[in-house]
Ligand binder design. Structure first.
Ligand code: FAD
Ligand code: UDP
Length: 364
């Protein structure tokens, strides 16, 4: 065997795994079917702007160990994500906070805001245990917030009625009675200065990496090279869809380089009405306070995944979770293969979860 580990996928799970294994004297071969490292976190520098090619990535965590880990590799800036919502031409701050409540209803104090929200929620007091995202959102914030800031965005993003989407997804967003537009509650937050690809260059600096290499084009030859295989691609594909395909949401982007220096004054503007076909516009330079003469924007569209598309988001509803659990039973019987990451575990992981998971594996 030439290698201790063959690592399928140079995304975050694969790269952190490779880094940790290499540190312990193991020899790793990392492959990726794409022509670059970094998976969905990959950034590419265009006109001096670090473009988040697969959607905006903001690093945030409450875990000091994870924060120290990434900061030991690259320097992070003090960026705080504060997207703005555009609903029918009107702008609202996100996440839901005193600024938003003022913009919606003119309420100026937390007491006034709470009274307004209680009034908005009253008609839904019959919902004891919210069974889906729609019920959860109505119970949390009432009708105005749901209709102006949640329903349209959510249904575009997931391609399903909000009543068919799991409730936990909306609980990702803070709801607070302070004038604080920070999208996350976590203690630590920032963006790697110079873009995420720098982080991956560091993670993989001592490993052999082969790009443009699809594992399934020569699985048995590749498997024969290593004692163990770490697989970070879609789990259903690994098992040849034997229990059926899992559903994913896919994305596509309309990227545009503009000859102006500032298009929207913010990294993220969400379009929360159903009529605008994209979910959001990202202006990448603002993640790093860029002052370049040009600007680069991406309109983000969501679509149902079909074979051949890039899977982005697992759809963790009951039907898919049940199907995934069947695959998981097979996973548990494997001895040569290790499965990890958003696609192989079919979980809506953020970056900090992935790092935590890999570090935990190495502590075992
Ligand atoms: P991936 O990044 O998907 O890496 C898997 C890699 O495996 C890919 O490079 C793929 O090409 C490769 N691969 C798959 N199949 C094969 C094969 N057959 N052969 C060879 N290679 C293969 N997280 C945050 O913390 N903050 C955010 O702001 C944030 N924003 C996000 C925005 C979007 C639009 C998306 C989609 C995700 C976001 N995330 C965010 C989540 C973050 O992207 C993931 O947690 C992280 O990238 C998962 O890493 P991974 O290694 O599991 O998967
Ligand atoms: N969401 C919304 N309106 C917004 C932003 C988010 O209703 O303006 C909902 C939507 O259902 C989304 C969920 O909140 O899927 C989680 O949002 P987040 O920004 O965490 O999604 P991600 O970064 O994973 O795309």
């Amino acid at each position: 065997m030439e290698y201790d580990y063959l690592i399928v996928g140079a995304g975050l799970f694969g790269a952190v795994f490779a880094h940790e294994a290499t540190k312990r004297g193991k020899i790793c071969l990392v492959i990726d079917k794409r022509d670059h490292i970094g998976g969905n976190c990959y950034t590419e520098t265009i006109e001096g702007i670090n473009v988040h090619k697969y959607g905006p990535h903001i690093f945030h965590t409450n875990n000091k160990e994870v924060w120290d880990y990434v900061n030991a590799l690259v320097e992070f800036n003090r960026y705080t994500y504060s997207p703005v919502a555009n609903y029918k031409g009107k702008l609202f701050n996100l996440p839901f906070n005193m600024n938003t409540f003022y913009q919606l209803w003119g309420v100026k104090t937390p007491e006034e805001a709470k009274a307004k929200i209680d009034e908005q929620r009253k008609e839904f007091s019959y919902i004891n245990e919210p069974k889906n995202l729609e019920e959860q959102a109505l119970v949390l914030g009432g009708r105005d917030i749901y209709e102006k800031l949640i329903k349209g965005y959510t249904e575009k993003q997931w391609g399903r009625p909000a009543a068919e989407i799991p409730a936990f997804i909306i609980k990702r967003l803070p709801f607070r009675f302070t004038f604080d537009n920070n999208y996350f509650n976590d203690r630590y937050q920032g963006i790697p200065i110079g873009g995420y690809t720098k982080l991956f260059d560091k993670l993989l600096e001592r490993c052999e990496v082969r790009l443009n290499t699809n594992y399934f084009n020569s699985q048995s030859e590749l498997d024969a090279l290593a004692a163990k295989v770490v697989y970070t691609g879609p789990i259903d594909l690994f098992y040849n869809y034997q229990f059926g395909a899992l559903d994913y949401r896919s994305l596509w982007f309309e990227h545009e380089l503009l000859n102006i220096d500032n298009y929207q004054g913010n990294a993220g503007v969400n379009y929360t009405e159903a009529q605008v076909p994209y979910t959001r516009i990202v202006e990448h330079k603002h993640f790093e306070y860029g002052v370049q003469p040009k600007t680069f924007i991406s309109r983000e569209y969501s679509k149902e995944w079909q074979r051949g598309d890039e899977p982005y988001y697992p759809i963790n509803d009951d039907r898919n979770n049940k199907r995934y659990n069947k695959y998981k039973e097979l996973v548990e019987k494997e001895s040569k293969y290790i499965f990890g990451g958003r696609l192989a575990e079919y979980k809506y992981y953020d970056m900090h979860h992935i790092i935590e998971n890999v570090l935990k594996l190495f502590k075992k």
